[in-house]
Design a protein around this ligand. Structure first.
Ligand code: ATP
Length: 216
């Protein structure tokens, strides 16, 4: 059975905090691969994202084929809002022998009570909640805590369905996409916060330079 991690985000743009988090989750959980899932039309975030085509291209530049990280564009190809539960179901249908772990940053996980069918999603796959600077991690949100019990020998929370949820501390890199966009708008450097190829792409396409780019 293949062990597959899915790490969703708007990636506007993808940065080293994302890549390092995905890599540390892959290593810690002994996953065969971690796919970055581009949340094309996120239901919980403002609508004025950079065009999907640009966010996709930057991911392709940041994650070359053949490496330990992969890319999943099923939410780009699907119409309507990007719901994680639909993606998990789609990946399961496509790869029935894959054991899926959904990797979610602590800030995103704190909002899980607002996700579509959040109670069901815990029955479909395992969860790994990764730390993020300035977000306290290690706590189950009230909306879900009754569905889990802690198993100290394994250091995981076990859902009543039998699926596992673990909290994983990762190297604290205080990088956010909104800070990167702000720096671009101010004409400042973003080098070493994102992969070099993304620095070049942002500059060549004038992304984020005069406020937000229009949604496409
Ligand atoms: P924005 O600043 O626009 O809100 P972001 O930097 O949070 O964007 P997203 O694409 O929204 O980026 O994040 C995708 C996932 O990556 C989320 O689960 C988030 O918690 C996680 N993440 C983002 N930045 C970091 C970081 N520096 N360290 C660890 N996890 C991160």
């Amino acid at each position: 059975m293949r062990r597959l991690g899915l790490f969703g985000g708007t990636f506007d743009p993808v940065h080293l905090g994302h890549l390092r988090t995905a890599e540390e989750a892959r290593e810690a959980l002994a996953l065969d691969r971690v796919d970055l899932v581009l949340s094309a039309r996120p239901p919980h975030k403002a609508a004025d994202h950079a065009p999907i085509a640009d966010r996709r291209r930057m991911l392709e530049l940041a994650v070359p084929p053949g490496g330990p990280l992969g890319l999943d564009f099923s939410e780009v190809e699907r119409a309507g809002p990007s719901y994680s539960i639909d993606t998990v179901r789609q990946v399961q249908a496509r790869e029935p022998d894959a054991q899926i772990t959904l990797i979610v940053g602590a800030d995103a996980f704190a909002e899980i009570g607002t996700w579509k069918d959040f109670a069901t999603i815990f029955t479909l796959c395992d969860f790994c909640v990764t730390s993020r600077p300035e977000t306290s991690a290690g706590k189950l949100p009230i909306a879900v805590e009754n569905a889990f019990c802690y198993e100290p020998t394994r250091g995981v929370y076990v859902h009543r369905s039998g699926r596992a949820l673990r909290f994983l501390p990762v190297t604290a890199l205080m990088i956010s996409a909104s800070d990167i966009r702000r720096r671009c708008a101010e004409g400042r450097s973003i080098r070493y916060l994102v992969p070099d190829a993304v620095v070049e792409y942002v500059a060549a396409h004038g992304l984020y330079s005069s406020g937000r780019t229009a949604a496409r």
